[in-house]
Design a protein around this ligand. Structure first.
Ligand code: GLV
Ligand code: MN
Ligand code: MN
Length: 417
């Protein structure tokens, strides 16, 4: 017998309109979006989310980590809440789908359930997590909500800490209040997230939906190569302590090392800051933003040791000092098997093809998975492009993904996890 509500579908036209309204906030000339956490455009997107939710008759709320939620009480008063979400922040000059798709899809699911007056075994909450992209602190909102945030994460913000504190203060928040966002896991039935794949496996295999099995662990560091500023014209090449050379040599060596010794893992030097930073001054310091990922905890540890040893070797080679700040660290995460099977059932109900695959990108689902059953659904990404304005997922793929989110939520809410 078909499960109850298995014929329910989202309104694709309303979904598309809503998605485009959001994409206009913080839009860039090349049709991407620029919505770094706590920026004016990010705050505007969050206000839009609230206005939209209120006009759909949903309750809204902000917690002490600035996570924004829309709530539909469709269970009994003592029911737990099933969270559906993602994030409205973007990387600097990113794409319009990363995170946004999951939030718009969550809103559309709540609207569909609400207008059909369904009574379920759980309440439904659409949640927009704060700073998923780690402009300041990676997964800030989900770490706070799940009780995993620690003072150390805040001390070692990836973005400028002073600006981070100012942004919190503007919102009437502080580092201390962030910890008050913690929610009792017993109050949560689970967490579901729809996201673009950000790779090209679904496209290449001509499959409509991805069901994520594991999510990579990510570690990030700031490395300071410290040398000596000197005149660029009068200091002989063999008398320099050029911090820029240490950083550059490290970036190339890190790539070779990971390709050679850790196939499948990835390493990125995403930024290098030279100081004083002038044509005619040998760099006194070079600050490297280093990030690496693997789905294997043991390898993550081994990569860290190998990369830090390499950085020390390059520092020595160019007569530099090396200082290392450890920043974010998330563990590789296996997602709940039962939820994966439920997503597969939803795909079957909808007659959509699906495959199981790991995620090389980080997601709030990996943080939420530490405290409740969590599931992650992928929609195909054109050309596999992401973290760039080239991100694109067709309206049909967005609609399919949102219907899978809806049907999965209904199955979980009706049958439990
Ligand atoms: C988030 O998008 C990440 O994987 O960096
Ligand atoms: Mn992202
Ligand atoms: Mn994302």
């Amino acid at each position: 017998m078909a499960p109850p509500n298995s014929t329910l579908r989202i309104d694709p036209h309303r979904f598309q309109r809503t998605f485009e309204e959001l994409a206009a906030i913080g839009t860039t000339l090349d049709s991407g979006v620029h919505r770094p956490a706590f920026s004016a455009s990010h705050q505007q997107a969050r206000q839009w989310f609230f206005q939209h939710a209120v006009s759909a008759g949903l309750e809204v709320g902000i917690d002490r980590a600035s996570n924004h939620s829309a709530l539909l009480r469709c269970g009994s008063p003592w029911s737990p809440t099933l969270l559906l979400g993602s994030h409205l922040d973007s990387v600097p000059y990113g794409g319009r789908f990363d995170g946004a798709l999951g939030v718009v899809a969550a809103l559309e699911c709540l609207k569909t359930v609400s207008e059909n007056h369904l009574v379920l075994g759980t309440h439904l909450e659409a949640i927009d997590f704060t700073d998923e992209e780690g402009y300041f602190v990676g997964f800030l909102g989900s770490m706070a909500l799940s009780g995993q945030l620690e003072a150390e994460h805040l001390q070692n913000a990836r973005g400028a800490r002073k600006l981070f504190l100012e942004k919190l203060a503007e919102l009437g928040l502080s580092e201390e209040t962030l910890f008050l966002a913690r929610r009792d896991p017993a109050s949560l039935a689970g967490y579901l997230e729809l996201h673009i794949e950000q790779g090209r496996r679904l496209l290449d295999q001509e499959v409509q939906i991805g069901i994520v099995t594991t999510i990579v662990g990510i570690r990030s560091f700031r490395l300071h190569f410290l040398g000596r500023a000197d005149h660029a014209g009068t200091t002989p090449m063999d008398r320099r302590r050029d911090a820029g050379l240490g950083a550059s040599a490290f970036a190339l060596a890190a790539r070779d090392l990971v390709l050679r010794d850790f196939p499948g893992a990835v390493v990125t030097v995403g930024n290098v800051d030279y100081a004083p930073g002038a044509f005619n001054v040998v760099p006194e310091s070079a600050t490297v933003s280093l990030e690496f990922r693997s789905d294997d905890p043991g390898r993550l540890e081994a990569i860290e040791s190998a990369l830090l040893a390499q950085a020390a070797a390059e520092a020595e080679r160019f007569d530099l000092q090396l200082e290392v700040d450890g920043l974010d660290s998330t563990a590789p995460t296996r997602l709940d098997k039962g939820v994966q099977e439920t997503i597969a059932r939803a795909c079957e109900i909808l007659d959509l093809t699906y495959t199981f695959l790991p995620s090389g990108a980080g997601h709030d689902a990996q943080i939420m998975a530490q405290i409740c059953p969590a599931g992650l659904i992928f929609a195909p990404s054109a050309d596999g492009a992401s973290h760039s304005a080239r991100e694109f997922t067709s309206p049909e793929d967005c609609r399919n993904g949102t219907n899978v989110l809806l049907q999965t939520a209904l199955l979980l809410a009706e049958e439990g996890i």
